[in-house]
Design a protein around this ligand. Structure first.
Ligand code: ATP
Ligand code: MG
Length: 394
């Protein structure tokens, strides 16, 4: 009898006191959703969460899905074997061999660390460590024991069966999606906003997204890019409700009638008002943007203040203190970078002014907005919004 399974380590959920059962239930639900097509089971036993029931060939895929599930801190692929020293020893040898192969080692040091939940099992933990250590040394003479700084730590847990594992794969961390309410992400086709959404989803927020496009100035590839980005984000966040707002008429009005150096901030303010309306409609309680202080003209403190002035709900800007290089590094890690750098025009860059005001003044903005029928244009844009649900690209 030998079964492969994954032992799930979860972090901050421990801190949540009375909410703990809620968080744990949510974590299990998210794991199940992320692996729907792989027919796994997610079980809880003695306060531990396990993923079981997958085909051995699917193990790498199941691991990948688990480490993308927020709330999971680490994943240990394990063998569950009979509670006999012989079976535990064989499993331990196999785990260590696999670990050496992964690390390309011809020799290594190890330590066995046993825990006995089933106290009727004999020998005790120290005994198990010694016995299993001895079996490994005999089978793999190229290995040595090092109890202080071993290359590989082989863990054995004796419970309803014996669990043996040697690997702990780091996962995304954070909190399960759905534990911190919902927010509306302003998703452009750029590098920053997907990262911003990812960061807030990591803190347990359910993410909806809004994208502004201006056909025919923006084309089909630009739209497809946003759909692909949302789909990549959905691998972590779960299905994403996406709103595609037709921004053309509003932009044209602003371009025709407004002062060009104020164009960007005026567009930003209308975007934010529309995003807020969509957020309210579906119960999202905050907006998220990918702004980073000083990165471009629209992201100076005065420009941000001018944009922020139209918002009644919190606007989360998780990248505000990050450098571009740091953001790029994160985008690569979460897998959105390659899509973000695909060609595709953004509606903001189509109507970009030559000399954008870096210190827009609120009174002047009001005067600009008074030149057009902004409320009507906003209603019109909302009416022409396309709504869809984006699934993870699995
Ligand atoms: P990004 O890489 O996210 O596009 P950026 O560095 O290009 O950001 P801006 O173009 O100034 O910066 O956009 C700032 C933020 O405004 C974006 O991060 C995004 O949240 C929002 N935004 C910009 N354009 C759009 C759009 N077409 N649709 C939705 N949101 C947008
Ligand atoms: Mg952009």
């Amino acid at each position: 009898m030998m079964e492969r399974l994954l032992l799930i380590k979860y972090g901050e959920i421990h801190l949540k006191g009375l909410n703990r059962p809620f968080f744990k239930r949510l974590l299990r639900q998210r794991l199940l959703e992320n692996m729907q097509d792989l027919h796994c089971r997610v079980q809880e036993l003695h306060g531990r969460v396990f993923v079981t029931g997958f085909a051995p060939a699917d193990e790498p895929l199941v691991i990948e899905r688990c480490i993308k599930t927020f709330g999971v801190v680490g994943v240990s692929p394990a063998a569950k074997v009979e509670k006999t020293l012989e079976a535990i020893g064989q499993a331990a040898i196999a785990e260590l061999q696999a670990a050496m192969q992964r690390d390309g080692q011809t020799q290594c040091t190890f330590k066995v660390k046993a825990r006995r939940e089933d106290k009727t099992f004999s020998p005790n933990s120290d005994g198990i460590n010694r016995e299993i250590g001895g079996m490994i040394l005999q089978a793999l003479p190229q290995t040595r024991v090092d109890v202080h700084r071993p290359d590989h730590l082989i863990q054995v847990e004796v419970r309803d069966g014996a669990y043996v594992y040697a690997q702990s794969i780091q996962a995304a961390g954070g909190m399960p999606v759905g534990s911190s309410g919902k927010a509306m992400l302003m998703l452009s086709g750029g590098i920053d906003s997907p990262v911003a959404g990812w960061m807030m989803a990591k803190r347990g927020m359910t993410i909806s997204a809004v994208h502004f496009l201006s056909p025919p100035y923006t084309g089909e590839p630009a739209k497809q890019k946003v759909l692909d980005l949302a789909s990549e984000m959905a691998c972590y966040c779960g299905p994403i409700r996406l709103h595609l707002v037709r921004f053309t008429e509003l932009q044209e009005e602003l371009y025709e009638k407004g002062r060009h150096e104020y164009l960007t901030v005026l567009m930003r303010r209308s975007m934010m008002q529309i995003a807020q309306r969509l957020a309210e409609e579906e119960g999202a309680k905050a907006l998220i943007t990918g702004e980073s202080l000083g990165q471009v003209a629209s992201q100076t403190i005065d420009a941000i203040r001018a944009t922020n002035a139209v918002a009644d709900m919190p606007v989360f800007r998780p990248l505000i203190g990050m450098d571009k290089t740091e953001i790029i590094e994160m985008a690569r890690r979460i897998g959105t970078f390659e899509t973000s750098i695909r060609p595709g025009e953004d509606c903001c860059t189509v109507f970009v002014p030559k000399h954008p005001a870096t210190h827009p003044i609120l009174e002047k903005i009001a005067a600009e907005e008074a030149k057009i029928d902004l409320p009507r244009l906003i209603e019109q844009a909302l009416e022409r919004t396309e709504h869809m649900i984006i699934q993870p690209h699995q």
